[in-house]
Design a protein around this ligand. Structure first.
Ligand code: ARG
Length: 573
């Protein structure tokens, strides 16, 4: 139990024993939310505002505070003061240090890990790139938020299923085949990869402006894919291989993997029963020749299911995919990590599932996020100023290499470490804000070793590792004296670390990896402050052993935090 929860429970006990059988008094859980950390440490480590009790007790807050102070008596707290209606708690620092350090040491590398999610399954749909399109920066957030959430849920004991719902269906693939057969060659595509496929697609549109019959030819090729024509399928699946081979390089750099690549085309032969079910339930109505589910009651435009020509659309495949996932994985929750632009799409799909009578529709969640822009410029394929993720990552690695060549010229294995730092800088930036906020990517900020950045946190971790390497046996073998950790800096660091397990749970509840980024940055800052103010390895061996153990705990917590947001933690920098 963390200290805040403990104080809340003790305060609740105290209140209920002073005023038994009084209506309307808050329970421990509510109290926990009311407890504050005063901005000025002179006001205590925690403060409880007694105003909440004024009404049920029909008494003034200062009086209530005074009564509580008189009744208080627990070893966790060294002293309590009643000031202006507040009850200020001063922790027993030695007790807090001993308790927190013992717990941290027992947890080893898994501080905050739990079995909270035992027996529960979470499906995560993330990254979900499109075939024949290059992996650009627009897919960075879905990839990294999804990957981080997967790690967070794993850490909390859930069973997770990571799904890359590939965009591998649609008339554009007929057009691509048409373009390839007319103007492309196997060698050119094998060598050029997805970039070559993209140029073929651009060419198709240029030529089709002059010769509209190409559109029909493209449609005919798509029809062949749909009908299972061997030649069409062979080319189409080769396009897919080319795309996934290119994407694999990026996934490899980012350390991201999936349990399933079942994308849109996977559902083609599974849609018919779903459409039939919609029909049987009387949900499918005709509108201008197309078949739709009316959602006017919900103030939404109709959800299109079958187009005029009888073909299915994105939403039809998502409905089918959701049902398939429920039947296959029996998920307790299914997360869709997709940009906010698709908000309406998901609201429609989830509503249709609800109308179909699936109670689990409420367990489908659109985890949306804002846009990444680059030095203020929005990025889109249409405007042509796309930033390709692989280029961005390579640039980050090069910049990290240049910085580190200067900072640590003698570092062994510097290229590999620069790779971890450069990529870490990009990931950190992506996960540093509340996910719904837009991000303006800025190199100086991302790679500022002294600012709030990936490299800063990684550097702090490496610093802690270095202290541990330097410790002599005299220190490492001594029994730690936890009362050496009662100074302000050690206490601040301990407090942040003791709250970290709560942060992980909150990040899972809110689908918000940035909470972890924030917490791990705070811990790194607190450790650095400690490091500057105290000589860790000097003096009495038992005290030094305690400081070293604190350093080791900080190292492990930072490392786990970085792991949870998908960033590597090199031991030297
Ligand atoms: N491929 C889509 C895109 O790039 C995202 C797919 C998201 N997942 C889903 N089940 N619809 O915009």
């Amino acid at each position: 139990m963390d200290m805040l929860t403990r104080i809340a429970a003790l305060t609740a006990d105290c209140i209920h024993s002073l005023w038994p059988e009084t209506e309307g008094l808050p329970a421990a859980e509510e109290l926990r939310g009311l407890l504050a950390v005063p901005p000025d440490p002179a006001m205590g480590d925690y403060a409880f505002p007694c105003f909440r009790l004024a009404r049920p007790l029909r008494s003034a807050p200062p009086k209530i505070a005074e009564a509580l102070r008189g009744a208080w008596g627990h070893e966790e707290v060294a002293s309590v003061q009643a000031v202006n209606g507040y009850l200020n708690f001063f922790l027993n620092r030695a007790h807090f240090a001993a308790e927190t350090m013992e717990a941290l040491r027992a947890a080893g590398d898994r501080w905050g890990a739990s079995d909270l999610g035992a027996g529960k399954t979470v499906c995560l749909d993330y990254s979900s790139i499109n075939i024949a399109k290059r992996f650009h920066i627009g897919h960075l957030s879905t990839t990294m938020i999804g990957h981080s959430l997967k790690r967070i849920y794993d850490y909390l004991g859930y069973t997770t299923v990571g799904i890359n719902h590939l965009g591998d269906w649609g008339t554009q693939f007929g057009k691509m085949i048409c373009a390839y057969l007319r103007w492309g060659s196997r060698d050119q595509v094998e060598q050029g990869g997805v970039a070559a496929l993209e140029s073929l697609y651009v060419r198709f549109h240029q030529e089709a402006e002059r010769d509209p019959s190409l559109e029909d030819e493209g449609r005919a090729w798509f029809k062949k894919i749909e009908d299972g024509d061997p030649k069409a399928l062979e080319i189409f699946s080769w396009f897919k291989d080319i795309t996934l081979k290119d994407a694999a390089r990026v996934y490899d750099m980012l350390g991201v993997s999936f349990d399933s690549y079942a994308g849109e085309s996977f559902y083609i032969d599974k849609m018919e029963p779903v459409i039939q079910e919609l029909r049987d339930r009387g949900l499918l109505v005709q509108s201008e020749g197309a078949w739709v589910v009316d959602l006017s009651e919900d103030n939404m435009p109709p959800c299109l299911i079958l187009k005029k020509d009888g073909t299915t659309i994105y939403a039809t495949r998502d409905l089918t995919a959701a049902i398939y996932r429920q039947n296959t994985y029996h998920f307790d929750r299914c997360l869709y990590v997709v940009a906010y632009q698709q908000d309406l799409h998901f609201r429609q799909v989830f509503r249709v599932l609800e109308k179909m009578g699936y109670p689990w529709a409420k367990d489908c969640v659109h985890v949306s996020f804002g846009m990444v822009s680059f030095a203020g410029a929005a990025l889109s394929t249409r405007k042509g100023n796309t930033v390709h993720l692989e280029d961005l990552l390579n640039q980050a690695i090069d910049k990290a290499k240049a910085i580190m060549a200067e900072k640590s010229p003698n570092l062994e294995n510097r290229d590999e470490i620069a790779r971890q730092v450069g990529i870490g800088a990009v990931i950190y930036t992506d996960l540093s804000n509340n996910r719904i906020k837009d991000i303006d990517f800025n190199w100086d900020r991302a790679l500022n070793f002294d600012g709030e950045s990936g490299p800063y946190v990684q550097y702090t971790h490496a610093r802690a590792c270095s202290v541990l390497r330097k410790a002599g046996t005299e220190v490492t073998s001594a029994a730690p004296d936890w009362s050496a950790l009662t100074d302000d800096e050690a206490q601040a660091l301990l407090r942040l670390m003791s709250r970290f397990p709560d942060v992980i749970r909150e990040a899972a509840e809110k689908y918000e990896p940035s909470l972890i980024t924030r917490a791990v940055t705070d811990i790194a800052q607190a450790f650095n402050k400690y490091y500057y103010e105290h000589r860790i390895l000097d003096g009495d061996p038992a005290a030094a052993a305690a400081r070293l153990a604190l350093t080791d705990a900080a190292r492990r917590v930072i490392r786990s935090g970085l792991f949870l947001i998908g960033i590597q933690a090199p031991e030297r920098m």
